[in-house]
Design a protein around this ligand. Structure first.
Ligand SMILES: *[C@@H]1O[C@H](CO)[C@@H](O)[C@H](O)[C@H]1NC(C)=O
Ligand SMILES: *[C@@H]1O[C@H](CO)[C@@H](O)[C@H](O)[C@H]1NC(C)=O
Length: 618
């Protein structure tokens, strides 16, 4: 499947150094970095002259004062996403918050009065500086991705395999990567790690094997571990297979792919992936992955990301970044539940803030089943294209029924990965019991993906107040094979976003990057059109099950105020109202009105967090 990235992303050479993101979140590229002092003086002189010439009509070359108004030339160019979805001309930022919003005349007058009364006090307060966005561009609240994997994204950018349209092409990409890296050529024992292969997009649609890698002599004796696009399968080299020693017959909630003789061929699904031994990433690896991801995030207009899976190590890493002030975006982390570890819900401190902070960790991520693409989603009835299986649960019903109430009663938000209708049903059973007599808005449990739902379970989501955390880009990726796999009736309950809302369910939108493109506008486009980026679908150019399209307002809310609710931060984030944080994005055109086939042409001009640009300028 092709990536639908619209904007060139940072695709640096795998071991290339990245510009560090500065601690205040202001990521500026200092163009004079590598120059001699003399050059710097000349460049500075030059910029002063240019600034003098430009200053009269282009205010953004001047330092942004602490307080300012950002205005549109139109009276409604700022989408506040408040309760009435109101639109205004100007937004006033003061002390990293939204101070006021309204027409230019109104906000000027109110500012003057506030100064008079001593309500605002900083050096720049007396004269409110007014800045204008370009004609035609708009401001929306900071965009949020409710389900993504930050470090995995960074890692996936090192050796991306999405483009490979055959097993040979994938092997070829890995070959080029090894050849381009002196480290690998010098040290044959260094692990080669890649991400993004998708056998369903290959001519034969069969699992690859270790032997496919071994066919190229460069791979002989090398440890290679390649993650599938959906993150649910690992493809390894013979060297890695050998190091694993004797394999168990059977893995609960996982599959070891074997040949007719019963020998493992080099692919491990879901829980069986844990059998694969790889070196832990170094701190330098983690910092590189983190920097790739957050730079791409702010360039895509993301101010907040819900990370759908911290391991104890990655949680510690994020805490270190937050403590050092190196957290350019807001991260809302879900910590993995590991059935082999001791229960930690009653002895772990939650990292909680109302939205003003940068890192939160107060939710647990539990895996109920596998994925649709790899056939691991747990269904009530067998797969239409493989009647021998119903998929599988990764955790037993008994275990889910015991740990879900436990985490909830210890005050954790419980976010359960559930794809198949059966997995969703089992998790909703557990939620239903645990939520009896409980104020759901204090706990806000979430179904992560909630892909295939029976009608009855859609109604239960609405009744219980469970949040369906869904990914619209999955719908337009999977629409090509979904009916073959599920049959013509059951497929109607797949990615049925409109039906979920109509049953009173709450949604929140995400991308699942790196499984899908990070660009939130790709999700927006998918949700409102249900066609591929080329305007196609199995049901024609009107969209795949077009009745399930979201309105643009719903889609915008799904990536702003809904994720804020889903992360307990709606009093400070998700809309542009006085007292909320000044997190917003300037977009080059009005995504709420442009033609559908133009949505993906939209550029992010600036991403602002706490009133300061983290990307672009205002
Ligand atoms: C936490 O829960 C576990 C399992 O229910 C229990 O064994 C343990 O004693 C509890 N610890 C605390 C500190 O309450
Ligand atoms: C439920 O909890 C929310 C806070 O999450 C609170 O605002 C609300 O008042 C509570 N409702 C009831 C009925 O206690």
């Amino acid at each position: 499947m092709s990536s639908i990235r619209q904007r060139p992303s940072t695709k640096p050479n795998p071991d290339g150094d990245l510009p560090q993101v500065k601690s205040n979140g202001h990521h500026s590229v200092d163009k004079t970095d590598t120059k001699s002092p003399k050059t710097i003086v000349l460049v500075l002189l030059g910029s002063v002259l240019i600034s003098l010439v430009l200053v009269s009509y282009r205010s953004s070359t001047k330092t942004l004062p602490e307080s300012y108004a950002l205005c549109s030339h139109e009276e409604d160019g700022i989408y506040t996403v408040d309760g009435e979805d109101s639109r205004v001309q100007c937004l006033v930022v003061h002390q990293a918050q939204v101070f006021d919003r309204g027409s230019l005349d109104d906000v000027k007058l109110r500012w003057k009065n506030a100064v008079k009364r001593g309500q605002v006090t900083d050096a720049s307060s007396a004269n409110l500086e007014i800045r204008f966005i370009n004609p035609g561009s708009i401001v929306v609240p900071g965009l949020s991705d409710s389900h993504a994997h930050i470090l995995e994204y960074g890692s996936s950018r090192q050796l991306p395999l999405e483009g490979a349209k055959s097993v040979e092409a994938a092997v070829g990409l890995v070959h080029q990567y090894i050849k381009a890296n002196p480290d690998f050529l010098q040290d044959k024992s260094k692990f080669v790690e890649g991400w993004g292969w998708d056998h369903t997009s290959w001519p034969k649609a069969e699992w690859p094997t270790a032997a496919d890698l071994e066919a190229d002599p460069l791979f002989s004796g090398r440890p290679v571990v390649l993650q599938s696009k959906d993150g649910h399968a690992l493809w390894v080299s013979t060297k890695v297979l050998e190091a694993m020693g004797p394999l168990p017959e059977f893995v609960e909630g996982g599959v070891i792919v074997r040949n007719e003789a019963g020998k493992a061929t080099g692919v491990f699904l879901d829980n069986a992936q844990d059998l694969v031994i790889r070196p832990a990433p170094t701190e330098k690896d983690l910092i590189r992955r983190f920097s790739f991801a957050v730079q791409d995030a702010v360039a895509n207009g993301l101010t907040s990301v819900h990370d759908a899976g911290f391991s104890p190590k990655s949680l510690a890493f994020f805490k270190r970044q937050a403590d050092e002030g190196n957290m350019p975006i807001r991260v809302y982390g879900m910590t993995f539940f590991d059935e082999n570890a001791e229960y930690w819900g009653n002895q772990t401190d939650k990292l909680v803030h109302d939205g003003t902070g940068r890192l939160a960790a107060r939710s647990v991520k539990i895996f109920a089943d596998g994925a649709l693409r790899s056939g691991g989603a747990a269904l009530y009835e067998p797969y239409t294209d493989n009647p021998e299986t119903n998929g599988f649960m990764r955790l037993s019903e008994e275990l889910l029924n015991s740990i879900i109430p436990k985490f909830l009663s210890d005050g954790w938000q419980v976010n359960v990965h559930a794809i198949g209708d059966r997995a969703n049903g089992i998790v909703l059973d557990a939620f239903e019991v645990a939520l009896k007599g409980v104020n759901v808005s204090a706990l806000r449990p979430r179904l992560e993906h909630a892909q295939i739902l029976t009608e009855a379970d859609m109604a239960r989501i609405g009744k219980l107040g469970v949040i369906a955390s869904v990914q619209p880009t999955h719908a337009i990726s999977d629409m090509w094979y979904a009916q073959d796999r599920l049959g013509p009736e059951r497929v109607k309950g797949l990615y049925a976003f409109r039906s979920i809302i109509d049953h009173g369910g709450r949604i929140t939108l995400g991308s699942d990057f790196p499984v899908e493109d990070m660009n939130p506008l790709s999700g927006f486009y998918a949700a409102v059109t249900r066609v591929s980026p080329r305007g196609e679908s199995p049901h024609g150019p009107g969209g795949w099950f077009p009745d399930q399209r979201l309105t643009r307002t719903e889609a915008l809310r799904g990536m702003t105020i809904d994720p804020a609710y889903a992360s307990f931060t709606e009093t400070k984030l998700g809309s542009l109202e006085p007292g909320k944080r000044a997190d917003f994005v300037v977009l080059s055109q009005d995504i709420m009105v442009v033609a559908e086939n133009k949505i993906l042409d939209t550029k992010v001009l600036a991403t602002v967090i706490d009133g300061r640009p983290a990307y672009g300028e205002i």
